[in-house]
Design a protein around this ligand. Structure first.
Ligand SMILES: Cc1cc2nc3c(=O)[nH]c(=O)nc-3n(C[C@H](O)[C@H](O)[C@H](O)COP(=O)(O)O)c2cc1C
Length: 366
């Protein structure tokens, strides 16, 4: 059996193999953000399907501006903690570990129960159109510029949500620093036009990210896995590139490590495809060269390339997104030498909800 199927120590977690379920938003919680049985069934299914580590969908962190989608789950109150605890228990019973992805939408804001307009580093809307998979909003709003108090409240929200995740029994935290959500907006020269200490130079643009990592680390203590997901691309702008290139990305990885992260999760268009402005390396390759961090790599991993990627990134976890949606038992199928399906996007139409997936599967079986 390949090395990727061997048990592995990742951060302080013992995992049965090196496959992780990539975080995937399914907007299927109760309207008040409480996780439900359908979600539990889904996550348990991925654990039974062989994924050693489950990363949850992006979960909102406060009752202010962090929620971005209707029916997105939160980690802000006791009912949500109880809902997640049931999911965590079912994943553990199936033999896998599970970390909570904590997310603040910032400008990528389609629906929020607590306020009707987004808060973001600057009054700059995302490029492109809102995601039809998650709502019917026709256009992005131009966000309100965050004050210092708003920024502090958002940092505090991450710390409280991290404590709630620990209370729910999660095995760790993944901070969502990728894909154009709030942390990524602070890093991005498209979104962040500030001229105060939160904007301008890379060190200033990094400040919010570093403060979130520090506050989450302080909230959960030293012996609890904390990591961060990093990308260049955003959900509506696949072409964005960090102007500081390879050295800049390396600096970001070192800064989050020094702030208390013990793992980094890179998401590239493809794990080995270069996209940095001045480099022939992918984000995964740059992060792999930084000492003192565990690594998760993501982007285009499938049944044909996983062995090469596992060999290229020794000890790293391989996070699988679309192939897992199409094959919740992707890992078991690989072990058994069974056929692996491609994702049929009709499964996520008209919205990417679990009930639409269930209806699609019923139609396939009929
Ligand atoms: C339906 C869907 C929902 C997603 N939701 C999230 C999310 O909540 N958080 C996140 O970091 N990435 C999210 N992603 C991105 C995936 O985690 C992953 O990075 C992407 O699908 C590329 O990996 P793949 O080539 O294995 O599919 C989502 C992707 C899809 C298809």
């Amino acid at each position: 059996m390949s090395d990727v199927m061997q048990s592995v120590r990742f951060s302080s977690l013992d995992l049965p193999n090196r496959f992780a379920l990539a975080p995937m938003t399914r907007t299927s919680a109760e309207p008040d953000g409480t996780p439900n049985d359908l979600m539990a069934e889904q996550y348990e299914g991925y654990a039974r399907g062989g994924f050693g580590l489950i990363i949850t969908e992006g979960t909102y962190t406060d009752n202010l501006a962090s929620q971005g989608y209707a029916n997105q789950p939160g980690l802000t109150n006791d009912a949500q903690v109880a809902g997640w605890r049931r999911i965590v228990e079912r994943v553990h019973q199936a033999g896998s570990k599970i970390v909570a992805q904590l997310m603040h939408a910032g400008a990528q804001f389609q629906a929020n129960r607590f306020q009707d307009h987004p808060l973001a580093p600057s009054a700059v809307a995302p490029k492109g159109a809102p995601l039809g998979l998650y709502g019917d909003q026709a256009a992005w709003q131009v966000p309100t510029i965050m004050t210092d108090d708003d920024i502090r409240a958002a940092i505090d929200g991450f710390a409280k949500a991290a404590s709630n995740a620990k209370r729910a029994g999660f095995d760790g935290i993944e901070i969502h620093g990728a894909n154009g959500y709030l942390l990524n907006q602070f890093l991005s020269t498209h979104f962040n036009r500030r001229e105060d200490t939160w904007g301008g130079s890379l060190e200033n643009r990094l400040r919010f990210v570093v403060e979130v990592v520090r506050s989450v680390r302080a909230a959960v203590g030293d012996d609890f896995p904390v990591g961060i997901r990093l990308s260049q691309a955003t959900v509506t702008d696949p072409d964005y590139q960090l102007p500081e290139g390879e050295a800049g990305f390396r600096r970001i990885v070192e800064a989050v490590r020094d702030a208390g992260a013990d793992f980094v999760h890179t998401t590239d268009g493809a794990v080995d495809r270069p996209h940095l402005v001045d480099s022939d390396q992918s984000l995964a390759s740059v992060a792999a060269g930084v000492d003192g961090l565990a690594l998760i790599v993501n982007g285009g991993i499938d049944e044909t390339n996983h062995m090469d990627i596992a060999a290229r990134f020794p000890g790293a976890l391989l996070a699988v997104g679309k192939k897992a949606l199409a094959n919740p038992d992707f890992v078991q199928r690989l072990k058994d030498g069974k056929e692996i399906a491609d994702l049929d996007f009709a499964m996520l139409q008209p919205k990417a909800t679990l009930s639409n997936e269930r209806a699609w599967r019923a139609r396939q079986g009929a």
